[in-house]
Design a protein around this ligand. Structure first.
Ligand SMILES: [Zn+2]
Length: 199
């Protein structure tokens, strides 16, 4: 039986799926099946998002969308797709996790996170334990407490002697100038906040 263009399209798609499945198998052979993506939520705690699917973020592989068709594939389109597939090499860096969590009022929220972004630097991990020290640091820096003043740019709790008062010039304020605001004295928080109000 002669292959139709659609058959050919499906064959190329299968090749891509095989590449993707190999990458996922490789990762799973070295790691336990992850159940949750954990993230530090400011100083309030650690959130968990239930992982529903391990997948490959196809966009990340070539930074472009897979050639797609509306009604049926054309020869030209198929050529593009072949070319796309021959350059398509998914790696561990392209793994992503689909997740779901309950956001109370908003109901069930779903999304996905790339494995390469699940890093302590981003306050995210697949292991809750790794985040506990980071949460501890955030509590020390940001949790409101008596005798401290919050910087209105970086949000840190500072002793009064480490705070300076500045105004911000911006059209968003009456008379184009804000009331006095609190900023860290020893950093550029005030000028950063001023820049944030411009442009
Ligand atoms: Zn600050």
């Amino acid at each position: 039986m002669r292959k139709t263009l659609l058959d050919k399209y499906n064959e190329i798609e299968n090749k891509i799926e095989i590449k993707n499945n190999n990458v996922i198998s490789e990762w799973l052979s070295a790691n336990k099946i992850p159940k949750y993506i954990y993230a530090v939520d400011g100083y309030k705690g650690i959130t968990d998002r239930k992982i529903t699917k391990i997948s490959i973020n196809k966009w990340l592989v070539l930074n472009k969308f897979k050639p797609a068709f509306k009604l049926r594939p054309t020869k030209l389109m198929l050529k593009h797709f072949e070319n796309y597939e021959s350059n398509y090499n998914s790696t561990l860096d392209h793994i992503c996790f689909y997740y779901e969590y309950n956001n109370g009022n908003l109901g069930i929220i779903s999304g996905c996170d790339n494995l390469k972004d699940i890093k302590l630097k981003n306050f995210k991990s697949l292991k809750k334990d790794e985040l506990i020290p980071l949460l501890g640091k955030n509590i020390l820096l940001y949790e409101p407490r008596d005798g401290f003043i919050q910087c209105q740019y970086c949000g840190k709790q500072r002793l009064p002697e480490n705070i300076k008062k500045e105004t911000i010039i911006s059209r968003m304020y009456k008379g184009c100038v804000s009331n006095y605001r609190n900023y860290c004295k020893d950093t550029n928080c005030a000028s950063h906040d001023q820049m944030g109000h411009e442009g």
